[in-house]
Design a protein around this ligand. Structure first.
Ligand SMILES: Cc1cc2nc3c(=O)[nH]c(=O)nc-3n(C[C@H](O)[C@H](O)[C@H](O)COP(=O)(O)OP(=O)(O)OC[C@H]3O[C@@H](n4cnc5c(N)ncnc54)[C@H](O)[C@@H]3O)c2cc1C
Length: 192
């Protein structure tokens, strides 16, 4: 919308908004309807150009089955499909890091210790590659990984333990409450 696109609707087959409310509210304030329990039934091209011209959506029931008669038609020329975020972790596979499938963190993520060091000595991770989360925790994990990498190379001005404890505390705070529940569940699986 910032780029001038006229957004007709956001639809989601899930019965409620799964993303952050701050984003949903922003979109809603701009007048874009968010239609939950809807999925795409059909997309029709322009007969001359072959480009998308019309999309038909319909409601799904609690078993995600479409409900005939609930169709809505939108005249649109673009349909964006978002199916979630996954860590781009190939480079860690290649490096031989032990990986674990943790759906709550977005898929396959590297097993690592408290210092963010993977099972391959000297390879540290932080941010979405370690588990899809958000920017502040990515930065804090980066701080922790950086501190630990420096320490392992012999750089410690005597404040390492204090700074590490601060970073761990910050991460704990960010992941507290209901918003962080999914991440906490994911991280618990890495520890086991
Ligand atoms: C649409 C969207 C909206 C978001 N909104 C928010 C928000 O409002 N608030 C919030 O806190 N978080 C938000 N996030 C999440 C946040 O953007 C990420 O959690 C954060 O950017 C993760 O940081 P990162 O450094 O781990 O990864 P990234 O920011 O993705 O950085 C990784 C970088 O590595 C580069 N890269 C990849 N492979 C290679 C390679 N082989 N060689 C060199 N470079 C490479 C990529 O190009 C990229 O620049 C949003 C994410 C999305 C997708």
């Amino acid at each position: 919308m910032q780029a001038g696109v006229n957004v007709k609707a956001i639809i989601d087959a899930a019965p409620s908004i799964g993303g952050y409310w701050v984003h949903a509210s922003k979109v809603a304030r701009l007048g874009v309807p968010i239609l939950t329990s809807y999925t795409v039934k059909a997309a029709y091209p322009n007969k001359m150009t072959g480009a998308l011209e019309r999309a038909v959506i319909w409601k799904v029931d609690d078993k995600w089955q479409p409900i005939p008669g609930t169709e809505k038609v939108f005249n649109v020329d673009v349909m964006c499909i978002a199916v979630g975020l996954t860590p781009l972790a190939e480079i860690l596979w290649q490096a031989g890091c032990k990986m674990k499938y943790v759906p709550e963190l977005g898929g396959h993520v590297p097993v690592r210790n408290e210092n963010m060091e993977t099972t391959v000595s000297g390879i540290y991770v932080a941010g979405d590659v370690a588990g899809v989360e958000e920017a502040s925790s990515a930065m804090m994990e980066g701080r922790l990984a950086g501190l630990s990498a420096a320490k392992s190379l012999g750089y410690d001005d005597g404040t390492y333990e204090e700074k590490k404890a601060e970073a761990l505390k910050e991460l704990e705070n960010m992941r507290s409450g209901p918003v962080g529940e999914k991440i906490r569940k994911g991280l618990a699986q890495l520890a086991s």
